[in-house]
Design a binder for this molecule. Structure first.
Ligand SMILES: NC(=O)c1ccc[n+]([C@@H]2O[C@H](COP(=O)([O-])OP(=O)(O)OC[C@H]3O[C@@H](n4cnc5c(N)ncnc54)[C@H](O)[C@@H]3O)[C@@H](O)[C@H]2O)c1
Length: 454
């Protein structure tokens, strides 16, 4: 649940979202790769959740539970306190499977939500798809750029639904932004400025650690899994985004939201080059990952460049969002508002012609075309146009995104954010980190859809 939304409002919004999902057919318990088996619309979807941490318990599980027929029957997590709290949130209906592989082995579970730290995403998703489950996987899809093709292959061969959880793209505002861009209202778009800025401990992922967390309540081995072996650390466990073993920092945690949106709104597939710089200026004691990033990603085929900026040291300029800049207007997206401002360029050559011989200057200003273009009292009325704005109304984006997943599970309609979209959005974020590491631009080969090695 989002701050500022009480439980009743959340449930009301949830039901609006749920009603939007047509309930037609679903495939349950099919073998991996088997054709979808339609079942009656009112049949239940039994869901399991792998990783019931902050994201799941602050909105994702409530979004799933808001849908009639959806039941959360199983959970697992590496910290006991979260398991207990999640089961409480299902009114005791969910069972603790202890281990994620045990949860996947239960044939009565149709679909899983995976919301573990990023270093677990690949193994758990690939195994879940192979076990015949439909998967809602939290963003970013990958921990490394090389993992992408494995996800795509697993989704393609399993014939299961894989939806990545970048909920923003399901918001009404982002859909409106996409329609505006498609309509041509912005003219020729050449630059998108995107930012993600914060300036709090919580914003920098220095979350409070539960006082009962210790080697008895935290399963360190289960957390580390495929990551490098390290001594027990509550900081690593609860603040994993600060460490390269489990996360790509600002770029993969936050820029990935921006990139998903930009790809969606602009109907763009993938950048061809990323050049970036990243420094850790103020968080050296707590973060391996940089606290300040600036990057440029170019899309020559689509004809625009994206500038990305993010810092944990100041949030006054913006919190997060982007501005799409076209020759006819700009579309600014911040928080819950989308604003279109028409572009009204007025030429101003007065200071140039003032250096001409006076007869030529006089002749210049006598030209009616010049007057129309350059004299304030003849500026077109569009100069005074205030533009348009839209505010987010209706259900929260996570609810709508979950509705789309549940709709796909029931109808076998393709995922609204599939493995390719998840791979490309995350790949741009990984290219940012790769460019910082290599200290040079990095290139994507769009023909073979892989990062160029050098
Ligand atoms: N879409 C969004 O807006 C959004 C917002 C926040 C987080 N997220 C994503 O959600 C995921 C989880 O983030 P979070 O903030 O909830 O982190 P978190 O640390 O609060 O939760 C992750 C949970 O996974 C558990 N876990 C770790 N290894 C496990 C294993 N092997 N088996 C079972 N459970 C295991 C941990 O114990 C923890 O409770 C991340 O991928 C993150 O990027 C998305």
């Amino acid at each position: 649940m989002k701050p500022g939304i009480n439980r009743r409002q959340f449930m009301q919004r949830s039901l609006v979202g749920a009603a939007a999902a047509p309930l037609v057919a679903r495939s349950v318990g099919a073998e991996p790769g088997a054709a979808a088996r339609p079942v009656p619309a009112n049949d239940r979807i039994q869901m399991g959740i792998i990783g019931v941490g902050a994201r799941v318990q602050s909105g994702v599980m409530q979004s799933a539970l808001a849908h009639p027929g959806v039941e959360i029957v199983g959970v697992c997590d590496a910290y006991k306190g979260r398991v207990a709290r999640a089961i409480e949130r299902t009114n005791g209906r969910a069972r603790d499977y202890g281990d994620w592989r045990a949860l996947l082995a239960d044939p009565s579970i149709d679909a899983v939500i995976i919301a573990t730290p990023d270093h677990w995403h690949k193994d758990q998703t690939v195994e879940a798809l192979a076990a015949g489950k439909d998967v809602y996987l939290e963003k970013p899809m990958t921990l490394t750029i090389d993992e992408g093709p494995e996800f795509i292959a697993a989704a393609d061969t399993s014939n299961r639904i894989l939806q990545i959880g970048s909920q923003g793209m399901s918001s009404k505002l982002q859909q409106t932004a996409r329609e505006i861009v498609k309509s041509g209202k912005l003219g020729k778009i050449t630059l998108i400025r995107a930012t993600y800025d914060r300036n709090t401990d919580s914003g920098a992922w220095l979350y409070p650690i539960p006082p009962d967390a210790d080697e008895k309540t935290v399963n360190w081995e289960a957390f580390v899994g495929p990551a490098p072996k390290r001594p027990f650390s509550l900081e690593r466990f609860f603040r994993w985004r600060c460490y390269w073993d489990y996360s790509g920092g600002i770029s993969t945690d936050l820029f990935v939201h921006l990139m998903t949106t930009i790809h969606y709104v602009m109907d763009a597939e993938m950048a061809d080059m990323v050049m970036a710089t990243g420094q850790n200026y103020l968080h050296k004691k707590t973060h391996e990952v940089p606290d300040t990033l600036v990057a440029a990603a170019t899309y020559p085929k689509e004809g625009f460049t994206v500038s990305l900026g993010g810092t944990f040291n100041n949030s006054s300029a913006s919190q997060s969002g982007f501005t799409i800049m076209g020759t006819e207007g700009a579309l600014v997206f911040r928080g819950n508002e989308l604003v279109f401002t028409p572009e009204n360029p007025v030429e101003g050559n007065g200071w140039i012609v003032a250096s001409w011989p006076s007869a030529l200057e006089e002749a210049y200003w006598a030209d009616p075309e010049v007057q129309k273009r350059e004299m304030p009292n003849t500026w077109p009325s569009a100069m005074n146009s205030e533009g348009e704005s839209w505010s987010e109304v209706g259900p929260d984006a996570t609810i709508v995104h979950m509705s789309r997943f549940i709709d796909s599970v029931r109808t076998r309609k393709p995922s609204s954010e599939d493995a390719r979209a998840g791979h490309h959005a995350a790949a741009v974020a990984h290219m940012v980190n790769e460019s910082i590491k290599r200290r040079m631009p990095v290139y994507w080969d769009r023909d073979t859809d892989v990062l160029r090695k050098a």
